[in-house]
Design a protein around this ligand. Sequence first.
Ligand SMILES: *Cc1c(COP(=O)(O)O)cnc(C)c1O
Length: 378
Amino acid sequence: MTPGPVPVPQNVLDILAQQMEHHRTPEFMSVLARVWERLKGVFGTRERVFLLTSTGSGGMEAALVNVLSPGDEVLAIVSGKFGERWAEMAQVYGAHVHRLDIEWGKAVRPEQVEATLRSHPNIRIVMTQACETSTGVLHPVQEIAAIVRRTGALLLVDGITALGALPMPMDAWGIDALVGGSQKAFMLPTGLSLVSFSARAWERIETAQCPRFYFDIRAERDANENGETFFSSNVPLIKALDAVLHDFERLGQARVHARIATLSNATQAAARALGLTSFAQSPSPSLSALALPPNIDGQKLRAEMEKVHRVIVMGGQDRLKGKIIRIGHMGFIRDEDCMATVTALGRTLMHIRPDLFSDTQVAAAEQAAREELAASPS
Ligand SMILES: *Cc1c(COP(=O)(O)O)cnc(C)c1O
């Protein structure tokens, strides 16, 4: 029940167990072409969506190095661990990085972005997470995009825990580079990143001076035009992605998103019944980050949930270590998995602090979750 990697559905596991197929066969090349087309629907774009063999961070790097020139002024919205990552990466590649530091647990306000861009008119790139997975916060990407659009800057969005979990229409909102990763809402193992660039970004790509080789998106585009990937295709994960995208299409994106929202609502309702609050002030449906009372050690809580109840959730990173727990709502999660998580959380809290948590509360949490789950079809 972590916010990535996530449980993988059985039909996808069956595909991953198949014999290796060569990436130059007509069979695989037709799968590749179909996946590229299907991904456009998830990204909400008419542009190409690239499939890179890397973790999500590789996709972030691909988005950045293809539009950056050393010395460029860039704005990094930093509200947690993944924001830090992009800021650090830009630094390494010689950018002049302006940080907009946001208190962890809060979302950036559009006027903060506007003010920063006004005081630094030479900023050429703005980088943000859609969902900052380390804090569970959802940023107002649409509003940020509208502000960045009015300047000459490009907006790069790490949508790794947003794509496939909530609407993130790249063209309609005016996002210039959007990044996804396989092990989050795409319900696959780790190892594929997905990235797409706007027409505005493509103009920048042609002149960007940052050295790049593995992630040179121009080479990737040229190969894609011939129906191939630049390097060997990640055949098993791409075939598995095809199956996931087939299911997304069959259900419709609205239902896929609604399922994640239901799991989030159930978990948040249960947490409230237990007296826990959301750490994130504007929570993303893709995960719940729950604040723990100061007298409860998150590390101990997680260890016991895993050992006794066989439920794995994540803790906080860095300064949030021991202070929050994070429960993922992406991937193959059944109602009973959600209920087992609620029960494990309630029982464990009660076991650690019988003075603070009661049987009645745990029963109320289970009931609250059950009602949310019953309110919408799985
Ligand atoms: C998971 C995640 C990443 C990518 O992490 P990798 O380990 O490189 O796959 C990046 N950004 C966010 C917001 C994430 O949730």
